[in-house]
Structures are given as C-alpha cells and as structure tokens.
Write a protein that binds this ligand. Structure first.
Ligand code: FES
Ligand SMILES: [Fe+2]
Length: 271
C-alpha cells in the first residue's frame, strides 16, 4: 500500500483536455530566483535525484531552458526538453523521445511572498485510456513529490548559505575543536562553516559549502582525500582545493589544522 501524498493531487476532469492525467499542487518555501535557478539546472538530476535519474547528457542549454538525454532508474532513456517562460511564470517539460514520448508537464508558479510560492503542475500523457488516467496521474504526482522534496532541500540550503556568506576574516581568529570519532566534524571559524576530517597523514579542514552552487560537502573525504558534492557531483581535493571533475572552480580558503592533545586547533595562515 503506497503512502498517501502529503500535498494535493486533483484527478483529471473527464471533459478536460483529452490527455490530462491530473494536477499536483504544493507550496514551496523558496524565492522565484532559486526556483528558476533550479529549473534551469539540468546538471543536478542524476546527483540530487539519483533515485530517479541515473545519467544525463546535455545537448543544448541556455536561459531558455535545456534539452537533454536522460536515463531513469528503470533503465529507460528519454530525450527531455524544458522551456522556461519567465513572463508567464511557467515552464513546460516535453518528452521528445522515449517511453513517455509526447508527455508534457506544465508547471506554473504563483509567488505569494519573497520566499514562498505555490506551484501547480499539470500532467499531460497521450494514449492513456480514460479509466487509467488517474492512476498514471498519481504516479507522476508521487514521483514529483519526491523530486520536489529533494529540490526544496537544495534550494533552502543554498539560500541559507547565501544569507550567511561573510567576506572578511580576521587572521587572528582560531578555534579549538574536540577530536571526534564521528567524521567529518562540523565547526566554524570567522563566521564561516568548515568540516574537519582525518586523512592518512593528518587532519584537514575544508569549507562546508561547494564553490559551485554552495551544496553541502558533508559526506566527508574518501581515502584519497577527495570530497564529492551531492548536488552535481563535483569532486575536490581537500588538500589543494582543486576541482578534480574538470570544472572551473575550487574550494574556498580553509584554515590550517594542528592536533593538540585531544583537540584540533583551526587557525589561519597567510596565503
Ligand atoms: S553545488 Fe553543484 S556540485 Fe556542488
Ligand atoms: Fe530538481
């Protein structure tokens, strides 16, 4: 027995457009800017939404939207196109090729506050017999509930990081952190958040947020001293800050770590 949806699904109207299979509505605690950013961000699909998408290849992308080949968790391939219409505050996602070819998902947003909006998502799937339309619509709504839970986490976390950004630091700042078995250890220095982790040859501190779009680097380092971001899969060498996945960004400045008994001292050293 499936869990009930937490948000609203309306079944198709029998006299509505023939291939309409239902509508999903919910309120999101995000700004329009974060929402559009997320909509245009094709790259996060197989990372943040790894349980829904397994791979993506971008054919074209821009301020208009994107066109990508994707594979889903059931091994199905599709060619998806998303077109954003800012004037109408909506985007239309079309399945151009693949098992759901011809399906269209129309998403409208209604801004209710600076950091709140209602979204209304209509699903249109051709070739579904009338008795099965509600079942198909519910399946889309369930899948979107999960995708939006993941997107809300990303958008609200990114907003929090943007709000907390501090530009200047005092070189004399330092902090003592107790050594813990649970890694990485979260701490802060000079108003910035860091993770401290153990490498084969000592301890290292690195920023809590990814330099790409401020995703959380909370997963800890692997045995090679590499941390991966869950949002788009960028990887960083925490010793040097270099991005190892071929993107033009690097980890932000990090304090040095010295072990002193049962504590770790984080302090700034000159660049
Ligand atoms: S926020 Fe995009 S890879 Fe980290
Ligand atoms: Fe998403």
């Amino acid at each position: 027995m499936s869990e009930p949806l937490r948000y609203e699904y309306s079944p198709p109207h029998q006299d509505s457009r023939v291939d309409h299979v239902g509508t999903y509505k919910r309120t999101l605690p995000v700004s329009l800017e974060r929402m559009y950013e997320n909509t245009l961000d094709w790259e996060h699909l197989p990372h943040l939404h790894g349980s829904s998408f397994t791979s993506i290849e971008c054919l074209d992308a821009g301020a208009w939207g994107w066109r990508c080949r994707v594979s889903d968790a059931k091994g199905r391939d599709s060619l998806l196109e998303l077109r954003l219409d800012r004037d109408c505050r909506r985007w239309i996602t079309r399945n151009l090729e693949g098992s759901a070819q011809g399906a269209e998902i129309w998403t409208h947003v209604f801004v209710t506050d600076a950091h709140q909006m209602d979204i209304v998502i209509d699903y249109f799937v051709p070739g579904v017999e009338s008795a099965k339309r509600e079942k198909v619509g519910m399946a889309y709504a369930r899948s979107y509930e999960n995708l939006y839970d993941e997107d809300v986490w990303m958008m609200t976390e990114r907003q929090k990081q943007i709000n907390q950004r501090v530009d200047s630091i005092n070189q004399d700042d330092e902090v003592m952190v107790p050594v813990s078995e649970t890694l990485p250890i979260k701490t802060s220095l000079s108003g910035r958040g860091f993770y401290v982790d153990r490498l084969a040859d000592g301890w290292v501190a690195y920023p809590e947020s990814c330099p790409h779009q401020l995703g959380p680097l909370s997963a800890g380092v692997n045995e090679d001293g590499v941390v991966a971001c869950p949002w788009h899969g960028y990887e960083f060498d925490v010793r040097t800050g270099a991005c190892l996945s071929g993107h033009s960004c690097r980890l932000g400045r990090s304090p040095a770590v010295s072990k002193m008994g049962d504590e770790l001292r984080l302090h700034w050293v000159s660049d």
